[in-house]
Design a protein around this ligand. Structure first.
Ligand code: WT7
Length: 645
């Protein structure tokens, strides 16, 4: 796909309320030239208990310090609920669509207020107070939203762990955060299958003795084990709780949540977001990039276990008084028309999903689409990985019937909200490009030495200055924060992504340049999968890389060296796949495992991953320089026995 195919704003699209192309340019310039003045105005998108007088106080050098609106006082839950009660108490805040198409629920802002206040009182009675960490391990049910907002109401810091993670992954996150309270459910339901959340939690909690309260939501009524000294039914606790719980006044820089995410090395990092800047940024980007209008139904298909769910199912939409849809199920259950049936059922105007889902549905042909109307759709969004032009065009032509602009939104757990994306109504799109920076965002492309490249170019993507939604630190590890994001290219935030800028100034994200892989929109550190593999008693060494995968974007390719004397069998291959699933979770299951008698290493013993990536991608014709290899013969053997043909 060439850069020439420019898609203007579709003629039928009633553009953004205020922002056209000229207004975007003008506002963007002001936002980066006068950030204090710009953000002082935008900061009013939320209600402040005590208004801020200071706006930006950030520094990307030395110890790195990021503060926004630092003397302001607010509460995120009050912004997402209480402030809407007078004007939209009876409006639906959350539409919940169950895995089973016969189940759905509408929760008004008034009901949300009641549920969240009661839960906050339950947590308070269990000793939870401002600054405490509460771990949430729930499926996509309304209680997940109630739990996050109840923490925010008390000023407790939530740490949501995706329901697809294993007991071991849950242990790591509970321990790192030192949570004493866990909120979970008996079981989750996805695609007609049960997910044993409470059973997983029981296993995890054997290693977390400091957890003294487990609140359990009854989702399925399935059989579970019960420890009366610790376990409490959610519905029983709420039955007697008061619905009056005043929101805790929080400093703008008081933490709102921690969310663990994979990096290129070590264990997952606790990305910490604070209250004021995060909420302002989530609300503003949601309103402008999705062009949200009063009364519309907005649907982001992510899980609340990921940052997309935090910012664009919960905080952004609710801060804006939107009706946000929360879907428990999967795109292909009961069949491949499910997304479109839900769109029709709830008259969804704005639909936000991931390229992997689009590609999977594309394979099913047009029949599922033809069974639905999708007339309510006005805007489509994409997030999580680069969207290939074929998928973009299918989304545009068939899902949106050519009527709906597509916003391809580039961002990260660390950025809190969208940094590069079209503004619908203002920016013409190109299939596969995230287009232009949002207000206040200064992307720079640098070469390996850190030299800034200008004009049309390609290199590593950094951001030159802070924006309000930026993460503030890694929980309890500020040195790692500085080292990970600010040491490679001093005085700039390094994203870990490669990027191209074309002659129109459009940005094209080319994927990770570090050892992070993106599998079906889920971010995984290859190091984590490797340490899971070598924890198996028959494995001596392992190297994991990503390789191109038709539906998932990237698949997981593992090279495994077995202990001397261990016979490589099909059975062992299956066992290792199951082992990684158990250690990390199903999303980390290797797609291909190649037995590797040896790994290509430099003379100093460093694994040459570049070569392993090439072999996994079936591009052994272009291995590049192999002269530094300790034993070049290893590579020939790996090529000969490669799995991806
Ligand atoms: C990585 C961040 C925050 C959204 C969910 C993922 C990749 C994300 C795009 C996009 C190309 C994208 C990047 C980024 N990514 N959106 N629109 N185009 N790549 O959050 O798990 O923190 O992953 O996802 O590689 O660094 P995450």
């Amino acid at each position: 796909m060439s850069d020439q195919s420019l898609f203007p704003v579709p003629p039928g699209f009633a553009g953004s309320k205020t922002i056209d192309a000229a207004a975007y340019e003008r506002l963007y310039r002001r936002s980066v030239e006068e950030p204090d003045a710009f953000w002082a105005e935008q900061g009013k998108i939320v209600d402040w208990i005590k208004p801020f007088t200071k706006v930006k106080n950030t520094q990307f050098t030395g110890d790195v310090s990021i503060k926004w609106f630092e003397d302001g006082v607010l509460n995120a839950s009050a912004n997402c609920i209480d402030r809407h009660l007078a004007t939209r108490g009876d409006q639906t805040a959350i539409i919940w669509e169950g895995d089973d198409p016969a189940q759905s629920r509408h929760i008004t802002y008034r009901e949300l207020h009641e549920q969240v206040s009661k839960l906050a009182n339950v947590l308070k009675a269990r000793g939870v107070k401002k600054g405490d960490r509460v771990t949430i391990y729930l499926p996509m049910i309304p209680e997940a939203a109630f739990a996050m907002l109840a923490c925010a109401r008390l000023g407790a810091i939530h740490s949501v762990v995706f329901g697809g993670f294993s007991p071991d992954s849950l242990v790591g996150r509970i321990q790192d955060a030192s949570s004493t309270v866990l909120i979970t459910a008996d079981e989750g339901v996805r695609g007609g299958r049960k997910v044993p959340l409470k059973a997983n939690a029981d296993v995890a909690l054997k290693s977390c003795p400091e957890v003294s309260t487990v609140l359990v939501v009854r989702r399925t009524g399935g059989q579970i084990a019960w420890d009366a000294s610790r376990d409490v039914w959610y519905h029983e606790a709420l039955a007697t709780a008061s619905a009056d719980c005043p929101p805790e006044p929080m400093g703008a820089e008081d933490p709102l949540f921690i969310l663990y995410t994979s990096g290129s090395t070590g264990k997952p990092k606790g990305v910490l977001h604070t209250t004021g800047g995060y909420l302002v940024y989530a609300a503003l980007t949601h309103r402008e990039i999705f062009d949200y209008r009063d009364g519309e139904v907005y649907w982001c298909t992510a899980d609340v276990g990921w940052v997309t769910g935090h910012s664009y199912i919960l905080y952004g939409p609710l801060a804006n008084g939107a009706t946000t849809l929360m879907f428990e199920g999967v795109p292909n259950y009961p069949d491949a028309a499910r997304f479109w049936q839900v769109v029709d059922k709830h008259k969804v105007s704005i639909f936000y999903t991931a390229p992997t889902a689009i590609r999977a549905l594309m394979r099913e042909g047009l029949e599922p689409l033809e069974r639905t109307s999708r007339q309510s759709l006005r805007l489509l969004g994409s997030v999580g990985e680069p969207i290939n032009p074929e998928a973009w065009l299918w989304y545009h032509e068939h899902v949106g019937a050519g009527r709906c602009p597509i916003v391809d939104t580039w961002w990260q757990t660390e950025t809190g909200g969208i940094l590069i994306s079209p503004l619908p109504g203002a920016i013409s799109t190109k299939p596969g490009s995230a287009t232009k920076p949002f207000f206040g965002v200064k992307p720079v492309i640098v070469d390996a030495e850190g030299k800034e490249l200008t004009g049309a170019t390609e290199g590593n993507l950094c951001i030159a200055d802070s924006w309000p939604g930026q993460m503030r630190t890694i929980f309890r590890d500020h040195p790692r924060f500085v080292e990970t994001y600010f040491s490679m290219y001093p005085a700039r935030y390094f994203t870990g992504d490669g990027c191209r800028r074309d002659e129109d100034g459009y940005y094209w994200i080319t994927g990770r340049v570090d050892d992070v892989i993106n599998v079906a929109g889920h971010r995984l550190g290859t190091a984590e999968i490797e340490s899971a593999l070598v924890a198996h008693e028959m494995v001596a060494e392992a190297a994991v890389v990503g390789y191109p995968h038709d539906v998932k974007g990237q698949g997981i390719y593992a090279y495994v060296t077995l202990m001397t004397g261990v016979e490589p069998t099909e059975e062992l291959r299956k066992e290792l796949v199951a082992w990684v699933r158990r250690e990390i979770g199903p999303i980390a299951s290797p797609d291909l495992i190649q037995w590797a008698p040896g790994l290509p290493k430099t003379r100093s013993g460093k694994i040459m991953r570049r070569i392993l990536r090439k072999i996994a991608a079936n591009e052994q014709g272009s291995l590049g320089d192999t002269s530094t290899l300790a034993d070049p013969a290893v590579v020939d053997g790996l090529i000969e026995n490669r799995m991806n043909r």
